[in-house]
Design a protein around this ligand. Structure first.
Ligand SMILES: [Zn+2]
Ligand SMILES: [Zn+2]
Length: 396
């Protein structure tokens, strides 16, 4: 009897696990993914794809030109790890001190390689083109933006793009999909409260930036609650406050670092301008100066609703509607947003949670792990999506 798509893909599970663990043991930070990108390009070449390296420094692009005419679909994985230690214990724990794949990008790479292995074994059944995009530096470096600027969505022109991220809140075997708004715009700010330091015992001869900062923090936290429509969303978080050196010294300056998250351009601008207004007002009321630096980060990630529906229907055919959930937007950021600014497509979530095996920890936690069943599962989901988009009818 002919094997099902799932049975076919499950046969590559050991291979997928080995790739994921190899990458997991050798994590590399953004724009330094030299070994990861070598591993990727080596395999893509072995599969007979057209391969381009050095895109956005360490990015890799693979292309499979189908035998027949058709559309071009792109799928994307991010390759970078995080600046943190992984505790030992697991046989595949990070071998590099201070670096860890704690966001699952190792799994994203392995899954896309699985999809490449699958389609390169049946090139005669592909009509249109499939493009694989392995991007550097998702964790803040904006590698995706640079790849888009370097023309990764051209030659051949991409008609739709899809990407997935593993998701610790969803059980393995399920997918989550955003209908329209997926992830937030993620901007950064640095505020300097600039006073005049001096002896702690004679505060009247100084301009104390610490007390001004105390007031500023509480004022900032009134912005979202008082200026944003309660039915909309926004986040302002101050993640770092630094200033001062000793018990008996009033410092000259205090610096605050923070992030601003929003789901619409209007709220994005409103939060930015209120932040500066409040900073100016508080600084003025204490008679001190300030500096306000705001840096725009990743834009809001917007799925094309038709492409979201395509993902839901293609995946449902393999795993049943009960395992496909439409999920609410998240205030996290994701630089796949830059791809979706240019072409229609969808970003979705792959469940990795397994309570029995203790796989419940959030992203960026040193205890983060994935249920590796997601590897063949993820390959199957991408194969189904590509199959549906290009109209190949392989997954029947
Ligand atoms: Zn992350
Ligand atoms: Zn991530």
């Amino acid at each position: 009897m002919k094997k099902t798509l799932k049975e076919n893909i499950d046969e590559m599970k050991d291979w997928l696990v080995e790739i994921r663990r190899t990458i997991h043991m050798h994590p590399e930070l953004g724009f330094e993914e030299v070994e990861t990108s070598k591993l990727v390009s080596g395999l893509l070449e072995k599969f007979g794809l057209e391969v381009k390296t050095g895109v956005a420094k360490t990015g890799v692009v693979g292309l499979l030109r189908g035998k027949g005419q058709g559309k071009t679909v792109a799928i994307r994985a991010d390759m970078d790890a995080l600046l943190m230690d992984e505790p030992g214990g697991k046989p595949y724990a990070s071998k590099v001190q201070g670096k860890m794949h704690a966001c699952g990008h190792d799994a994203h790479v392995a899954i896309l390689l699985g999809v490449a292995k699958f389609f390169s074994s049946i090139p005669e059944q592909v009509r249109g083109n499939i493009k694989w995009i392995f991007q550097p530096a998702e964790e803040g470096g904006g590698g995706g933006r640079i790849m888009v600027e370097e023309g990764v969505l051209e030659n051949p022109k991409v008609d739709a793009a899809f990407a997935a991220h593993v998701f610790p809140l969803l059980s393995v075997g399920k997918i989550g999909i955003y209908e329209r708004v997926g992830l937030a715009a993620a901007d950064r700010f640095v505020i300097k409260m600039i006073g005049k330091g001096g002896h702690a015992a004679v505060p009247h001869l100084t301009k104390d930036p610490i007390i001004a900062t105390g007031h500023l923090i509480t004022q900032i936290h009134s912005i979202v609650s008082r200026n944003v429509n309660p039915l909309e969303s926004g986040v302002i978080t101050i993640g770092k406050v630094s200033g001062g050196t000793a018990n008996n010294i009033i410092p000259d300056e205090v610096e605050l670092w923070g992030t601003v998250r929003s789901l619409t351009p209007q709220i994005r601008e409103e939060l930015k301008s209120r932040l500066e207004q409040v900073t100016r007002g508080v600084a003025q009321s204490f008679g001190i100066d300030y500096r306000f630096d705001f840096e725009y980060g990743y834009p809001v990630l917007l799925n094309d609703p038709a492409m979201s529906k395509l993902v839901a229907s293609a995946c449902s055919k393999g795993i049943g509607e009960e395992n496909v959930e439409f999920v609410k937007p998240s205030m996290g950021g994701e630089d796949f947003a830059y791809f979706l600014e240019k072409v229609p497509g969808a970003f979705f979530r792959l469940g990795i949670r397994n309570e029995e095996r203790g796989i419940v920890h959030p992203y960026h936690s040193s205890l983060f792990d994935i249920d590796e069943e997601v590897l063949p599962f993820g390959v199957e989901m991408f194969v189904r999506i590509i199959d549906e988009f290009l109209g190949l009818e392989i997954a029947k």
